[in-house]
Structures are given as structure tokens and as C-alpha cells.
Design a protein around this ligand. Sequence first.
Ligand code: OAD
Length: 257
Amino acid sequence: MEELLRRLREATSVFVLTGSGISAESGLPTFRGVNGLWRTHRVEELASPEGFARNPKLVWTWYNERNAAHRQAKPNAGHYALAELEKRVPAFTLATQNVDSLHLRAGTKNLLELHGSLRVARCTKCDARRSLDATGLPVEEIEHECGGLMRPDIVWFGEALPETAWRQAAAAASQADVVLVVGTSAVVYPAAALATHYARNAYVAEINPEETPISDGVDCSLRGTAGETLTTLVERFLASTRHKTLPRDPKHNYGGS
Ligand code: OAD
């Protein structure tokens, strides 16, 4: 962690990529771990345009349940630590693959939601958007007045990422001095390329209790949970930058009047 702290202190630009692991300590399941969503649910039925076309009610029932779980969950120490870090570095971008809005609720400002969010439904035909509350979209309201179907405003398998968010994320990862990769298995592309191809000029640190396919290529692997590890990292970062930059004891005159 020492070298990562040194790099963070010197960084003018920090980029963070997160995945479902950062929300595990908020009680939300990941996708591929033990009890992961894709272990018990069929991805092609629930997270593809074809699955939605076949059975929109089933898809909405599932996303409405997830939406309700997201709203009941609270951001954890990892989300808050990243929001704190954002305030202390000159440039900061957080790209998340999560659709749970927990980074937003923790106060992260420069947030790119690469896979969309469950706060909104969108029409498949006219692109009209509708905000969702904790109840989600009632299944009797799936049909939109234009003849299209309201769907979750998220990215499904086989679909492109939102163009602007992707462009901004790729630029931020390419320009970053330090990249943190937190709680993602790094197997879903193109998001995972932000931690590899696009981050090739940065010092890359992975925070994950388990090894991932990118572990061998990163500069630093911190094996621990996001909540604990990010709290320690950001606390130590703040302590060391305070030491370096905070105004001195006003009783001492350091040359000012
Ligand atoms: P995965 O389930 O593939 O990976 C979750 C990662 O989080 C694993 O590497 C775990 O080891 C790690 N993890 C578990 N608990 C953790 C903790 N407390 N702290 C830190 N890390 C922890 O989920 P994602 O990488 O998010 O896409 O999956 C990427 C995409 O695949 C998702 O956005 C979703 C999914 O299909 C779409 O739906 C398009």
C-alpha cells in the first residue's frame, strides 16, 4: 500500500472502475460469486434484448425486485471512502458497472454509469424516459403509448455502452496517473478494458478479496474487501496529505503577517 499511497499523493488524475463487489458489503449480491445472480438466474432471459422481447413481464418483475433491494440497501464504507477521495485529488472520475445508484447516494460527483441505472425506464421505440420510484415499473404499464415497450435504462448483453459515458471513461482512464479497480471480476468487456488497455500509462491497483484475470498485470493487488481496504487507504492518504499541506499552527509565524 505504501507505493500506492505515494502515487496517490503525486497524482493529478485518478480513475476508478467499480463492479458489483463494492456493493457486496451493502448486502447486494454480485453476479458470478457464490450466490451470484448469474449462478441462479438465466442471463439470456433477464439481461438481453431477446429475453426482454420474449417475456417483458418476467424481466420487469426481476428488475423491480432488484430496484427495491437497491433502494433498501445503503452505501457502505467503500462507497463513502471513494466519495471522500474525490474531494482530495485534483481530477477524479469514477466509472461503475453497477446500476444500483449507491455511488450517487454516497456523494460521488464525477460518476459515469457505464451500464446505465435502474432509476429510469426507457421506451424501445421512441426513447421516452420515465423515472422509477421504489416500486419500479408496474407490469401493466410496460406498453408505451407510442406502441413501444418501456424497458430498464440499462445495458444488456450484446448492447453498446452509452456513448458519452464510454468516451469520457476511456479518456479519463487513459489520462489517469492512478487507476483503482474495485470489486469487479474484470471479465465483461468493454468495461474491463478500462483497467487494462486504457490504463496502460497509469499505476493500477486492484482491490478485491480474490484474484481476477487482470491480477497478474496490475501494479498492486490489495486482497481485501472494498469497505475495509478503501477505508484504510483513504484514511492513510488523508493523514499523509494533511501532514504535508494543512495550514500550520496559527501561533507560529511562517513568514506571513
Ligand atoms: P462479478 O460478479 O463478475 O464480480 C464481482 C467481483 O467482486 C469478484 O471479483 C469478487 O471477488 C469481488 N468481490 C466480492 N465481494 C467483494 C467485496 N466485499 N469487496 C470487493 N470485491 C468483492 O461482478 P462485476 O464484475 O460487477 O453486467 O460484473 C460485471 C458485469 O457483469 C455487471 O455489470 C453485469 C454483469 O453481467 C451487465 O448486466 C451488463
